[in-house]
Design a protein around this ligand. Structure first.
Ligand code: 5GP
Length: 192
């Protein structure tokens, strides 16, 4: 077994959040190239976008099924975001940690407040863009949303920035690979 496959003795839930457009998903994807990390797939009632796949990007559920499972299984951080429901099945997180991998949960700031209120033990990481101008540029260049959605995300991003203090660490995403290496270092791992 190579060093990169050796499971770390104590695995952690790493909650990755931050302003929309700061690149939290990109940093998470970079970490997930290393098998010592796995992502908790969350559930949503929104429609799949582009190449998104059920069970990989999200568990895409109808509103009825979402609420049935929420009650039956217990979801972490259930929340309505931009008119759709999101939540993380608990067993997804527990299964990953039990398998000896660090569990990455990418979630909005509202979800982080919820997790902290429920005293969920995790390393809470706020991903930030290097500057406000860069954040706005990234949001506008996404191209997958209508202008009114971009304005809504910009407004949300400003509010999210005010919540930085909730987090254990702030990760400046100036370069995805560098940022992922820094985050891995916080759980004692060196990325290739
Ligand atoms: P999108 O629809 O753009 O994929 O996600 C919208 C927001 O919902 C993102 O900020 C995403 O991180 C967040 N999100 C994803 N899963 C969950 C979850 O289980 N709970 C909460 N509260 N937010 C989530």
């Amino acid at each position: 077994m190579s060093a990169s496959e050796t499971p770390s003795p104590s695995t952690r839930l790493i909650v990755v959040s931050g302003a929309s457009g700061a690149g939290k998903t990109s940093v998470a994807h970079r970490l997930l190239e290393d098998q010592r990390f796995a992502r908790a797939v969350t559930a949503t009632t929104r429609e799949p976008r582009g190449t998104e796949q059920d069970g990989v990007d999200y568990h895409f559920l109808t509103a009825g099924d979402f609420h049935k499972r929420l009650i039956a299984e217990g979801f972490l951080a259930p929340a309505e975001v931009y008119g759709h429901w999101y939540g993380t099945p608990r067993e997804n997180v527990e299964g990953i940690l039990a398998s000896g991998r660090h569990c990455i949960l990418v979630i909005d700031v509202q979800g982080v407040e919820d997790l902290k209120e429920s005293e969920v033990d995790a390393l809470y990481v706020f991903v930030d863009a290097p500057s406000q101008e860069e954040l706005e540029r990234r949001l506008k260049s996404r191209g997958d949303d209508a202008p009114e959605k971009i304005s809504a995300r910009l407004r949300a991003a400003r509010e999210e920035l005010e919540k930085k203090d909730l987090f254990d660490r702030v990760l400046v995403n100036d370069d995805i690979k560098r940022a992922a290496r820094e985050l891995a270092g916080w759980v004692g791992l060196e990325l290739a």
